[in-house]
Unconditional design. Structure first.
Length: 338
């Protein structure tokens, strides 16, 4: 009888609301499985959406390893590749989605997939002197990114996670998977006024960061950046350019959703499976309790929560954060002086 080897529990750094936290994990067939959640512990494949190849090629083996490990997960959640739309496993699933542009040629995207305002904005950006180009990842780029991040503490009605981060932190975080990444900068003269980070996996290029300076809104840098990303993807023979999700639960209209739609992104659905591992897991799957608040709360309630959270951050949390940073600077200056 062959003795089963129980996977060793390790700890993996993951980003949670803009901060790095350690979560328990195990290794299965070269994949890192992490567990998150408090009352309902959910196991998933770490960075599943940017992996090359099939994220979970043998679900039965993954499930067996999770049950034998000491992670104590209630549910195992995993997806098929975005390009595989038909369910191929018998486990319970819900439809997940991605915002994607099918890549053919730049001209096809520009003429046939974009809205008229996008075509106008791409031309306007060029006329106003904005140049979008691929740039190497170096200290000069990181300095520019720090300035972009620190322009405004509020973005899209919520606290901006990257605001206030120093050079070393930004360099460490943006260099993740740099060997499979490409940075596109939007420049006005020598000033970086916006950038995109693309991450390549198989024939898919994913936008993992897309930020531009608000004060140059009229320069239309975001449209110039998307246009350059499409052009690069077409040159490289990519099949898709993706930008996170297209639809977020019951959340309907938003400026970001409109931006994606106008720039030619479309919704592509694929199965996401939820496999119960415990009694709690079975109850949660039957009642679909694994869904987040965006899947459960009505859009009107979500908007009220976002507005209240933004008001709290602006009036209470941001002043406290700025005061703490000023105090830390003052302490460092005193230490340096002595």
């Amino acid at each position: 009888m062959v003795e089963q080897i129980v996977p060793t529990v390790l700890y993996t750094d993951v980003r949670e609301r803009g901060r790095m936290v350690k979560v328990p994990s195990i290794q299965v067939k070269g994949r890192t499985l992490i567990v998150t959640g408090k009352w309902l512990k959910q196991a998933s494949v770490y960075e599943e959406d940017i992996l090359e190849g099939e994220p979970v090629d043998d679900p039965h083996h993954f499930i067996q390893q999770l049950r034998e490990s000491k992670l104590k997960a209630d549910i195992f959640a995993f997806s098929q590749k975005m390009t595989e739309h038909k369910p191929k496993h018998s486990y319970h699933f819900d439809w997940d989605n991605a915002a994607a542009i099918p890549i053919t040629t730049y001209d096809d995207w520009f003429k046939n997939r974009t809205a008229m305002d996008v075509r106008q904005n791409v031309r306007r950006a060029a006329k106003k002197g904005v140049v979008a180009r691929s740039v190497p990842f170096d200290d000069q780029l990181v300095e520019g990114i720090v300035q972009v991040f620190n322009e405004d503490p509020i973005r899209q009605g919520r606290a901006f996670w990257h605001y206030g981060k120093d050079f070393q932190t930004v360099k460490k975080e943006t260099s993740h998977c740099v060997e499979r990444s490409e940075f596109i900068g939007a420049y006005l003269g020598d000033e970086l006024i916006g950038f995109i980070k693309l991450l390549y996996a198989d024939k898919i290029a994913g936008i993992v960061i897309n930020v531009s300076k608000h004060k140059y809104f009229e320069k239309r840098a975001p449209n110039a950046l998307i246009a350059k990303a499409v052009e690069i993807c077409a040159q490289k023979g990519m099949s898709y350019l993706t930008y996170a999700k297209y639809a977020y639960g019951k959340k309907g209209k938003s400026s970001l959703a409109d931006f994606k739609r106008h720039n030619g992104f479309e919704q592509i659905e694929f199965p996401r499976y939820y496999v119960p591992l415990t009694l709690n897991g079975r109850i949660a799957v039957n009642l679909r309790l694994y869904r987040g608040l965006q899947e459960i709360l009505p859009e009107r309630v979500q908007l009220m929560v976002i507005q209240a959270r933004t008001k709290l951050y602006k009036k209470v949390l941001l002043p406290l954060k700025l005061a703490r940073k000023a105090k830390e600077k003052q302490t460092v200056s005193k230490v340096s002086a002595t």
